[in-house]
Design a protein around this ligand. Structure first.
Ligand SMILES: Cc1ncc(COP(=O)(O)O)c(C=O)c1O
Length: 403
């Protein structure tokens, strides 16, 4: 008789966004006359930029012609895209990253989830709390998180680093030294960041303790503060302790188009073994490359016109963030984030739990957000709103919440 991966049975039941969807569907079914505004899921709403669309069209034409048709893409991605990424994202910031250290993929979720494959069983992982759920769940699937406690909503073998108002939502070095540290900056869900001097401390800590940092920079394009690094490789010594995951989803609206990449410097080693070689092996064996037409679209994001068009999209969302932030502050709410990230993290009023506030907003204001507790126990008493809606809906939502 075959056996299943029992680790899946340990995962806590319902996924945050499916619970939200169930509640919203139930409300919408019972109240068909109400118009619900969704500021919950972090999905973009603007269409792809014209330069990206035009690159997609011409790449499709190439695929339709025998002389330019492309079959399997190179395992690690096309050179044209890897070179473009280095020239635009890393060389100007003196990160010292080379094109062959870049692995093109179909997105940051896959990479941040699949990376667990190259690490051994006994590793202790550390995550911020609250956290993007993928890091913990994928480690749980590979049996690295111990036992789940329904009461505390925590795994016995995971090191949690609470990020709460009292510490400005920034993680502190944990008591127990972790082997793998997940850092997501700018952060989903809290919308906060670390200045370079603070990130440098994490790099030094990882180098001193032989830990590896998995740095998720999916929201890098939203950074506006001068002192916030766009890449962990801006920090001294990061190449020996960190890898970086990036996405085209939030800077260029590729959530449905799918493209991302991971940077693993050759210097990042466990003893003599480069993690680069393990990830290359994994990529070559289990992944057959992001589609040519999508990689061409990704290249177009870095063209002069593409840069301008996608920056305008980011500015559009950040204007929404400003509207949400300022509207809520004016109405007396305690608000965080929304300056270097498209997420606004607010304290629930009147000591309401995150789900109580969710129900209140849905039932009384017909607005959907995300309960902070869904991102981890330290998210209890907080609530996340996203800036990815349309300007019109954002303005209407804030008017509804604040009146
Ligand atoms: C922190 C973080 N990483 C990764 C992702 C997923 O990115 P992608 O669309 O490239 O898979 C998300 C999506 O919301 C995210 O919030």
């Amino acid at each position: 008789m075959f056996k299943i991966n029992e680790n899946y049975m340990k995962l806590p039941g319902s996924y945050l966004f499916s619970t939200i969807a169930k509640k919203v569907n139930a409300y919408a079914g019972a109240n068909p006359d109400k118009e619900i505004i969704r500021l919950g899921i972090g999905d973009v709403t603007l269409p792809l930029a014209p330069s990206v669309v035009s690159a997609l069209h011409s790449a499709v034409d190439e695929m339709a012609d025998a002389s330019t048709f492309k079959g399997y893409a190179p395992d690690l991605g096309y050179e044209f895209l890897r070179n473009t990424i280095v020239e635009n994202d890393y060389a100007p910031r003196n990160c010292g990253i080379k094109a062959d250290e870049i692995f093109i993929s179909d997105g940051a979720k896959s990479d941040s989830g699949n990376i667990v494959d190259i690490f051994g069983d006994g590793n202790i992982i550390a995550v911020t709390d609250p956290v993007y759920p993928v890091y913990v769940d994928t480690n749980a699937m590979s049996g690295r998180t111990g036992v789940y406690n329904q009461e505390t909503e925590m795994w016995s073998d995971v090191v949690y680093m609470p990020c709460i108002k009292e510490n400005n939502f920034t993680p502190e070095f944990p008591e127990k030294t972790p082997d793998i540290i997940y850092l997501c900056l700018p952060n989903n869900p809290t919308g906060t960041t670390l200045p370079k001097s603070e990130l440098q401390k994490w790099v030094d800590y990882a180098n001193e303790n032989g830990s590896v940092i998995i740095f998720d920079a999916a929201y890098e394009a939203y950074i506006t503060s001068e002192d916030v690094p766009h890449s962990i490789f801006e920090c001294e010594g990061a190449k020996t302790c960190a890898m970086e995951i990036r996405s085209f989803s939030k800077n260029a609206g590729f959530t449905g188009t799918r493209l991302g990449f991971t940077v693993i410097p050759h210097e990042l080693k466990c003893g003599d073994i480069e993690l680069h070689s393990l990830w290359a092996r994994r990529h070559g064996t289990k992944f057959n490359g992001a589609p040519y037409i999508i990689q061409k679209a990704g290249e177009a994001v870095y063209s002069e016109a593409g840069k301008k068009e996608t920056l305008d999209q980011v500015k559009y969302y950040m204007n929404n963030a400003k509207i949400i932030r300022e509207g809520l502050i004016k109405a007396g709410y305690e608000v965080f984030g929304g300056v270097d990230a498209p997420y606004i993290w607010m304290k629930t009023p009147d000591k309401m739990t995150s789900w109580e506030f969710f129900d209140y907003l849905l039932n009384e204001k017909n607005i959907v957000g995300t309960p902070g507790s869904g991102f981890g126990p330290s998210g209890e008493g907080y609530f996340r709103l996203t800036a990815f809606g349309s300007l019109e809906n954002t303005e209407r939502a804030i008017k509804r919440i604040t009146e």
